[in-house]
Structure formats: C-alpha cells, structure tokens
Design a protein around this ligand. Structure first.
Ligand code: GLN
Length: 317
C-alpha cells in the first residue's frame, strides 16, 4: 500500500471512531475523572520520519501506563534481562491491571501491569536521589519522542493521594521478597507516580512509538554528527516489543494479539501507543475506557486498521 493510501485509511478511521459514545473516563484517580470524553487524536510517524495527525493532537495527556514499557527498557538497559526478570515475570496476568495478585514465584506477572511497573521503577538507578531518577526517565522519553515531556502535577498529586491499591501491591511484593535488597518503597512509588504523570501530545507519542518501530532510532532527529543513533540496545527493544505484544493491553492482551497482532500499550488516560515494526508508530488518544481500561476509540481504531491494511505480524506474506 502506498503511503498516500495509508494516510487516507488512517484519516478515514479517525473520522469513523469520532462518533463512538461508549466507554467511561477513569475515575479512580480523581483528577482523571475531569477528562473531556470528546477528545480524540490520532497521530502517525513513519520510520522515514514523515508525520501526520488528526484531531486534538496539540492537547497533552498524561502517559499513565504507557510509561511502563519505557521504564522496563530503562531497567533492562541498566541491569540486563536476567537480573530484571529475577524480579518480574513474563506472562500476561489475565486479571485487571491493578489486581492484588502475584505469580507463583511471588513476583509481578509482567512489567506492564501496575505491580510490574512499580517493580521496574525500583530498578531505575535506585542509588541516585529521586530527582535524578525522574530526570533519567524524562530524558529517555525526550530521546524517544524528540520532545521534552511535560508533567501534570494535578494528576500526580491526585494519584499519590488515592494510591491505596498501588501501596498495597508494593507492600505485598516486599512481603513476598520480590524487590531487590534495600529498596526504598516510598521512593519507588514516587518514581512510579511521577512517570505516570509525564505528558506528551499525540504527535510526540507517535514519534516515540516510531522510534520503537525503527530499531530504536528516532526518525525525526539526528545527532550532531548527522548520524542517527539507536536509543536502545537491539535486545532491549526486542524484549520490550515482545512484552508489549503479549501483555500491553491488560487482560485484553490475548484478544488484542489475536485480532490486531501488533505490540501496543495503553494507559488509563486513554492513551494508546501502537508499534508497526519497520513501518510506523501510532499514537491514539481518547479518554473513555472499556471495562479493561483501554481506550474504546483506540482499540476500535486498531481493530479496523488491520482489517484495512494487513499489518498483523502473522499475516501470511
Ligand atoms: N497510574 C495508574 C495506576 O497506577 C496507571 C494504570 C493504568 O494506566 N492502567 O493506577
């Protein structure tokens, strides 16, 4: 399919999802309950750097769980796969993203649900002060997206004031001996809340998704030398895309893999990042969520996209 026809399909699918009225904005974090359910944005960045966007693409939104694959990458880059997976599993949990449950080894099921996201935060430069740890995360998003992320302080305050479940999960994990020795639980939770409160707009998130689609090379910026540098080791990228493909959509991950067959990650702000390896990154944002906590318009867009363009990774070619 030519790039022009691909853009036509994306625009048509953007229009087709706009009237959808199903779903509810997240309310368990009080500040998220104020989200405008009409917001809808679609942005694409191709591996060659071409970009297009439709809808509310200049509005920033908080990343929420979309921060999790990036925190997983940071943990992998620092410690390697063997060490990281002493503390977090590989399997979809089959349960809601904040379920009070661990795998039979007493570890989070995977890096992309809350328990696993908190665990990855514990592995990001734990020896450093919190402001430097936050900067590491924020700078990494900057390198992936080519944009400086914002920070939604209202969401951050709201989330940390209503975090009983995440605290319960964290203390449960400590009781099970899941954390590395000497983990500072409060600092870990703070880094988790802060990562979830980073903001980007859809254009910027699409560039980050395109970096994951493009061997870790950000398609929209070059280094001073004019040589495009990979932001991630090849193995980190492979691991990250694999868990996104198997665990990125909470307890809808199996059906998403079956129907759409692409690595993705959603968040309760209604953000959804979709990676088409070698081709493009997409960012979809619409706050009303389905029962799994995934954006209704976002998931429907993905479903229709693979019906129109054969992008499913197991599509016979
Ligand atoms: N910050 C949210 C939480 O911890 C992230 C969850 C999500 O996006 N599903 O509950």
């Amino acid at each position: 399919m030519s790039p022009e026809s691909c853009l036509n399909v994306l625009e048509e699918l953007y229009e087709r999802q706009r009237p959808l009225a199903e779903g509810k904005v997240a309310t368990y974090i009080p500040q998220l309950a104020k989200a405008n359910p009409n917001h809808w944005a679609v942005a694409v960045c191709f591996a060659d750097g071409r970009q297009a966007a439709w809808g509310d693409t200049d509005e920033s939104f908080c990343l929420q769980s979309v921060c999790k694959p990036v925190n997983y990458c940071l943990a992998l880059e620092a410690h390697g796969e063997a060490r990281v997976h002493e503390h977090v599993g590989f399997e979809p949990s089959g349960q809601v993203f904040n379920a009070l449950t661990l795998n039979p080894r007493g570890l989070p099921h995977n890096p992309l649900i809350n328990a696993g996201g908190i665990m990855c935060c514990s592995l990001i430069a734990p020896e450093k002060p919190l402001h430097e740890r936050f900067e590491l995360v924020s700078d990494f998003w900057q390198r992936l997206s080519g944009a400086t992320p914002g920070f939604d302080n209202a969401v951050y305050q709201s989330e940390r004031q209503s975090a009983d479940r995440n605290r319960a999960l964290t203390y449960f994990m400590r009781e099970q001996g899941a954390f590395p020795p000497h983990t500072d639980l409060e600092a870990t939770l703070e880094l988790y809340f802060q990562s979830c409160s980073l903001t980007l707009n859809a254009r910027e998130l699409a560039v980050a998704a395109a970096t994951l689609a493009n061997r870790g090379v950000c398609p929209v910026k070059t280094s001073d030398a004019g040589v495009q540098e990979a932001q991630l080791a090849p193995r980190t990228l492979r691991d990250c895309l694999t868990v996104m493909a198997t665990c990125g959509m909470y307890n809808f991950s199996g059906e998403f893999a079956f129907r759409i067959g692409l690595p993705a990650k959603s968040g309760v702000s209604g953000a959804l990042m979709l990676v088409v390896p070698g081709v493009m990154g997409l960012a979809l944002w619409s706050p009303p969520l389905d029962n799994f906590g995934n954006s209704v318009r976002g998931v429907e867009f993905c479903r229709q996209l693979v019906e129109r363009i054969p992008l499913h990774v197991f599509e016979p070619r």
